[in-house]
Design a protein around this ligand. Structure first.
Ligand SMILES: CC(C)(COP(=O)(O)OP(=O)(O)OC[C@H]1O[C@@H](n2cnc3c(N)ncnc32)[C@H](O)[C@@H]1OP(=O)(O)O)[C@@H](O)C(=O)NCCC(=O)NCCS
Length: 172
């Protein structure tokens, strides 16, 4: 029987993180501002430091979804500074083999719950406008477009739409 588990990555998981992140950049180059070519060059220290949450001002929730022990999904929740009332979602990716089975939903739900536990007001992300699956996923959870379109990355023809989920009714 297959078993799906979502857990928080720690610095000892850096090679698991590296593998799935590079896979995601190769598989979905139009979904991310960064690129495989850029991150392939990162040293092991860089991967470890991304996952080393001990000395961070930021609060972070790096999640991996594992199916029978194999990493099949990745997503980060990140609060950039202690006073921020907004969490950001980055690096959301689910392996093509297991898409459409609720893994993306589970990752997103975990980040929303974490953000609520931190008493934040918003969860924000940016999604490529042509990414129908992701836009639909985020809309299902109540994210709404805000602000203006931006370029995915320098010289890209693709645009990203910022989206925001309001967690707290009293937030502006
Ligand atoms: C976007 C992504 C993370 C969704 O992951 P997933 O595990 O397939 O999503 P789920 O199975 O949890 O689907 C949840 C909801 O998303 C939407 N959705 C998912 N796949 C969809 C598709 N192919 N077409 C339309 N809507 C889709 C639906 O609303 C779905 O709910 P439903 O099943 O009740 O209709 C996945 O397609 C992916 O990794 N894409 C490539 C990377 C990427 O685009 N990341 C997002 C960067 S912002």
């Amino acid at each position: 029987m297959s078993e799906l588990n979502i857990r928080v990555l720690n610095k000892d998981d850096w090679s698991i993180y590296r593998e799935i992140r590079l896979l995601s950049l190769q598989d979905s180059p139009n979904s991310f501002g960064s690129s495989y070519e850029q991150e392939f060059l990162f040293s092991s220290e860089e991967w470890i430091s991304r996952l080393n949450l001990d000395n961070r001002v930021k609060r972070a929730l790096p999640l991996v979804a594992e199916l029978n022990g194999i990493a099949v999904g990745l997503a980060w929740g990140l609060v950039h500074s202690p006073k921020d009332k907004t969490a950001h979602i980055y690096q959301m990716w689910v392996s093509p083999d297991v898409r459409g089975q609720g893994v993306g939903s589970l990752l997103l739900k975990k980040i929303i719950i974490w953000s609520k536990e931190l008493n934040l007001d918003y969860v924000c992300l940016a999604v490529t406008t042509t990414n129908i699956a992701a836009v639909k996923l985020y809309k299902t959870y109540g994210f709404e477009p805000y602000g203006s379109l931006e370029s995915l990355r320098e010289a890209s023809m693709l645009s990203i739409q910022p989206m925001k989920l309001k967690l707290c009714t009293s937030a502006a």
